[in-house]
Write a new protein. Structure first.
Lengths: 262, 480
């Protein structure tokens, strides 16, 4: 490759980088989750008008669903929520139950469910929906590693979300994280109930949430409890914090790989 | 048995209903094909589709007849004679043998097609026109036709000359009604295949169109016209149908439904674009379409709302429009909202209903309130069909298991809450349904399950010999 072309490429690359990092997110476009440490790492809360990915192992599907539902409840601010899912994921982890949703303190009246037959139509529907500013949030639930969901698809969703101000939440069950244009990326596990007498009832949902990637801040790992009455996350009082020392500024391994490949 | 035959065979003296062996004896080199009644019916219905271009009121008259109600349509095609000629010639070109007639009543027209094809009967001339036709042309059935012949009544004129009471006494009221209709005294209504749409606009092309851009342009022009005529009466469309008439006779109809009455042609345009884009078997223009028709088969009166000041109304409109677009693309049944049901059976507590039709109801539904400061009592993900689990032993007969195997993985129970007993609704179900004891369970990993025992110990579950058996265990849902 000639020197001129190399330098042209370098110029373009730096331009793209500038455009991508120039997305100034105002504090008012962030919604506090309620969990102090997580909000601090997120610079005030979860950014709206962006895409957030939540990954989990196959059997942790319900926990991740709860976490995504919590995030959606926080960001959608009483506006309708569109939940797009593949037919297949219903067989694997069960259908989203509206009774369970109202038990979490969220409003089932505002949920519109789209049952997409395949990944292509699910992606297309989500991109359409993200461009509609009447919605509060769009959740796209995908099961397994999905070839169709590549960097291009991810960028499409991000652009649609930026244009309309709607937040996109991706629930990726049984999938491996790949490079994407998401604002944050989480890995979710269910956490034990706070220690107590063994044969006693458990309380509110508790999540072991690891922030794998954060475009505008540090990563971390927290135990977060969903408070069904106040509809926000909180630090479980009886749980020893923190679980693991979180590296302050850790590079996302996926991004490093992407840079090298690009 | 011979089901149908052509003219050459008829000249040889073969007839319908003749045993095949007899026919072979008369004509050894007879060419025989199996009758395919289903394909015949399909062809007739395809021809009826094609005939939609002349009038929206087309009725089937099986096994091989069609009724077209051309009241008020004939002048569009240059009068009745021209219409008849156009229709017969076009069908003839496609390889069909057609006999057609126009008359004031459907029965009279049908009688004429069997005897004097191409006849056009003026109003009031029915009795005269069919006077000399044989009685078999009435199509009254084998028994009656034979009976009439035996009585010496060979033509319809002969039958009509007898008094009506005589005919009714001998051949029944149904036949005398049929005869009256054939003679132009009263008419039996035909039953069109499709209900008459409220509004129809169509465009014919001298030169068939085939390109996507031309089709899209035609549709949007038709949409403009349709909207203009609906607007005059303050109506909006709830269901729209676009029919594409191909030059070779194939007709393809595409339907789009909306949740709210549509009053803007841009919306119609976009819905059809989404729908055409997502068709599993795309629109095949072949040698081109020579006619495109857009009809509004369901309309509603539009209530004008004050829109600019109320952001909430705007949001709801946007959401409804989005739902319409998604439904046009992937199907109306795939976009759902949820309505609470008055039952405590977990799997039937929520009804998923089409979002297009029930959005407003779902937005105002009353959901049972949750108990404050309680942990969730119902799982976030519910299996459509409870999945069986293996429980090795339960220490207490009515108690929860200590461990269980679900999807080939062993889960040790760490925390338990329960039982919550849910009895089935004996007043709704006829079969015997078992009482369920639900437990909320947390395993060693922190995963939370909603499991139940199907049936009580001692008294509800029995094995083949009628002895008490141990009830089965199931996972019904997963908590967050």
């Amino acid at each position: 490759m000639s020197g001129a072309r190399m330098s042209a490429l370098a110029t373009l690359r730096s331009q793209i980088e500038r455009i991508e990092t120039a997305e100034v997110v105002h504090p008012r476009d962030r919604i506090a989750l309620g969990h102090g440490a997580a909000d601090a790492a997120l610079k005030g809360g979860l950014a709206r008008a962006a895409i957030h990915e939540v990954f989990c192992e196959g059997r942790q599907g319900a926990a991740a669903t709860g976490f995504v539902m919590g995030l959606a409840g926080r960001v959608s601010a009483r506006r309708p929520l569109l939940w797009v899912r593949q037919d297949f994921s219903e067989l694997e982890t069960g259908a989203l139950s509206m009774s369970g949703l109202s038990e979490l303190g969220l409003d089932p009246r505002r949920v519109v469910m789209v049952r997409a037959a395949d990944v292509e139509s699910a992606l297309r529907t989500s991109a359409d929906a993200l461009a509609c500013d009447a919605l509060g949030a769009v959740v796209l639930e995908l099961w397994g590693d999905v070839r169709q969901f590549d960097l291009v698809a991810s960028r499409k969703l991000t652009l649609a979300a930026q244009g309309s101000g709607v937040t996109g939440l991706l629930l990726r069950m049984a999938a491996q994280p790949l490079p994407s244009t998401a604002e944050t990326r989480w890995m979710l596990r269910a956490a034990h109930s706070p220690p107590g007498s063994v044969w006693s009832a458990w309380g509110a949902p508790v999540f072991n949430a690891e922030l794998l990637r954060n475009r505008h801040g540090p990563c971390g790992r927290w135990i977060m409890e969903w408070n069904c009455d106040e509809c926000q996350f909180s630090e479980p009082s009886t749980y020893p914090q923190p679980v693991a020392a979180a590296p302050a500024h850790r590079q996302d391994p996926a991004v490093r790989w992407q840079r090298r490949a690009g | 048995m011979i089901h149908a035959l052509d003219e050459a065979a008829e000249r040889l003296g073969l007839y319908i209903g003749q045993p095949l062996a007899n026919a072979r004896a008369m004509c050894p080199d007879l060419r025989v094909f199996d009758a395919d009644i289903v394909a015949d019916a399909k062809t007739l219905s395809d021809i009826a589709d094609w005939c939609d271009r002349f009038t929206p009121l087309v009725a089937l008259d099986p096994p091989h007849g069609l009724f077209l109600d051309i009241t008020g349509c004939a002048h569009l095609f240059g009068g009745e004679a021209t219409l008849l000629r156009t229709l017969v010639r076009a069908l003839g070109r496609q390889g069909f043998a057609v006999s057609a007639a126009i008359a004031g009543t459907s029965v009279c027209a049908r009688t004429l097609t069997r005897q004097a094809t191409g006849t056009i009967v003026a109003d009031g001339g029915e009795a005269e026109a069919i006077r000399s036709s044989p009685v078999s042309a009435l199509g009254a059935g084998e028994a009656i036709t034979t009976g009439l012949r035996r009585a010496g009544l060979k033509t319809i004129g002969d039958v009509a000359s007898r008094s009506a009471s005589e005919i009714t006494a001998r051949f029944g009221a149904r036949f005398s009604t049929l005869l009256a209709h054939a003679l132009g005294q009263g008419d039996a209504p035909i039953s069109p295949r499709k209900p008459l749409p409220d509004y129809i606009v169509e465009k014919r092309f001298a030169e068939p169109i085939a390109t996507d851009t031309m089709i899209a342009m035609t549709l949007s022009r038709l949409a403009d016209t349709l909207i203009a005529s609906m607007e005059k009466q303050g109506k909006g469309a709830r269901r729209l149908e676009a029919a594409f008439f191909r030059t070779d006779g194939v007709v393809r109809a595409i339907t789009v439904e909306t949740g709210r009455p549509v009053t803007r042609s841009a919306v119609i345009d976009r819905l059809f674009r989404e729908r055409l884009d997502a068709l599993a078997d795309p629109l095949d223009p072949g040698f081109g379409f020579d006619m495109v028709r857009l009809s509004a088969s369901r309309t509603e009166i539009v209530v004008q709302e004050q829109r600019d000041l109320d952001a909430h109304v705007h949001d709801n409109d946007e959401l409804a429009a989005l739902i319409d677009r998604i439904a046009a693309r992937i199907g109306g049944k795939r976009v759902v909202v949820h309505l609470p049901q008055d039952t405590h059976i977990p799997e039937s507590a929520v009804l998923a209903a089409s979002a297009q039709h029930h959005l407003a109801a779902a937005m105002q539904a009353e959901w049972p309130a949750r108990v404050a400061s309680e942990p969730p009592l119902r799982p976030l993900r519910l299996f459509d069909k409870p999945e069986p689990i293996k429980v090795p032993f339960a220490t207490v007969p009515d108690g929860p298991p200590h461990q269980f195997t679900w999807r080939r993985a062993l889960h040790a129970v760490v925390r338990v809450e329960g039982p919550e007993r849910i009895a089935m609704e004996w007043w709704r179900q006829d079969g015997k349904q078992l009482t369920r004891d639900y437990f909320r369970i947390e395993d060693a990993e922190g995963l939370r399950f909603w499991i139940f025992r199907d049936g009580l110990y001692e008294g509800e579950v029995f094995d083949g010999d009628g002895k008490p058996a141990s009830p089965g265990w199931y996972v019904h849902g997963l908590f967050a």
